[in-house]
Design a protein around this ligand. Structure first.
Ligand code: ZN
Length: 383
């Protein structure tokens, strides 16, 4: 009988850093490097499980072979005609040498997480990378090349599991939703800022799934300036209900950190305290409603200082370690000088973290209306 701590695994490999879209690109590998450097500064040496790169055969369970060929070719410096149709060579998805093998290594990490849960060598896995939820079958989009999440989900459903996918990134998890749109073994739940305001512009309540997959694809397009309290109401009233009804064999979570109030690419208002509450809820839901099997990946998060703190909180909570109050001066100084940014002195945000939001009551009302519309829409199918 394995000791309890062995049932928890963290996946990482330095080659994840090869998925680098350029020094000016927001999807920076430095965000994870900051977390690892902070743990080191605290004297904590994490134990990582190392993945293999996935090969083309494995990628073909999710992506078209022509697309994979194009990604691999441009990434090794070869010219490919008509790369625009694959979403490659854009500002969001620039072509960088070596990006494909970095993406395959990361996809291997998320896949390894799925395999650990399947074989029972872990009950909880934290993959310190991945979460490429915008990648589609034949299209790179929103900083994503290969959809590691879909690969992990495929691995699980191939073994007969029912999988719930929860996406807390501030952007709609469109790629994962689309790949499993008519699949009745996969429930996707995406909480995001409304597509009326941000990329990718989808993720509406009426996108419920098709055929056998109907009422298994849930979208919560939240109002801009949604605060933690209203966000948690959505989690309790919709996510909890959905998992209770679906009874998945495992829960996969894309834990983007871009719903933080300081994120430059979006307008939700979560604080680090809200993230702590949200992570605690996710652990609890996975234990009670998802057969105690959980795989968490990272995702978006474009404020360096907030993302590093949020993922550090995630790591510490995952490992059941105490959350320190302050951040080490040496670590702050190092990253302030490297990134030319200001880093707060505490792990958590100040309380209150921002001035009162003028439209607060209106936002809460609109989100409640959203919960109602979604629950009404699925009611007939969830009997
Ligand atoms: Zn995002």
């Amino acid at each position: 009988m394995a000791a309890a701590y062995l049932m928890r695994r963290v996946i990482y490999h330095p080659e994840f850093q090869q998925y680098n879209l350029g020094a000016e690109h927001p999807f920076s590998p430095l965000r994870v490097e900051m977390v690892l450097d902070l743990l080191k500064e605290w004297g904590h040496t994490p134990e990582f499980s190392s993945p293999q790169e996935v090969g083309p055969d494995e990628l073909e369970t999710v992506h078209d072979s022509e697309y994979i060929k194009a990604v691999e070719a441009v990434s090794s410096g070869k010219a490919v005609a008509d790369i625009g149709k694959y979403g490659l060579g854009t500002a969001d998805n620039p072509i960088m040498k070596g990006m494909a093998s970095g993406a395959r290594k990361i996809a291997g990490g998320t896949l390894l997480g799925a395999q650990m849960l399947l074989e029972g060598s872990a009950r909880k896995v934290l993959q310190l990378g991945g979460g490429f939820h915008h990648a589609q079958r034949s299209l790179a989009a929103g900083f994503c090349l290969y959809n590691d999440l879909a690969l992990a989900i495929n691995e699980m459903i191939a073994k007969g599991w029912h999988v719930a996918y929860l996406d807390i990134d501030v952007h709609h998890g469109d790629g994962v939703q689309q790949i499993f749109y008519s699949n009745d073994k996969v429930m996707t739940i995406s909480l995001h800022e409304s597509g009326e305001y941000i990329f990718p512009g989808s993720g509406w309540v009426h996108e419920l799934g098709r055929g056998m997959g109907r009422s298994l694809k849930l979208n919560l397009p939240l109002e801009p300036f949604t605060e933690g309290e209203s966000y948690m109401e959505v989690v309790e009233k919709v996510v909890e209900e959905a998992l209770y009804w679906f009874k998945p064999d495992a829960l996969i979570v894309q834990a983007g950190a871009d719903a933080h109030f300081s994120d430059p690419l979006a307008d939700l208002m979560l604080t680090t305290q809200d993230y702590e509450r949200l992570f605690r809820k996710i652990f609890q839901l996975s234990e009670t409603l998802c057969n105690n099997r959980l795989l968490i990946t990272l995702g978006g998060g474009y404020s360096f200082q907030a993302t590093a703190r949020i993922w550090t909180i995630l790591y510490k909570m995952f490992m059941e370690l105490e959350l320190p109050e302050t951040l080490p001066d040496a670590w702050r100084a190092r990253w302030e000088s490297r990134l030319k940014i200001k880093i707060p002195s505490n792990l958590h945000d100040p309380n209150p973290a921002f001035d009162p939001i003028p439209r607060k009551a209106e936002v809460v009302r609109a989100n409640r209306d959203l919960i109602q519309r979604l629950m009404d829409a699925v009611a007939a199918d969830w009997l």
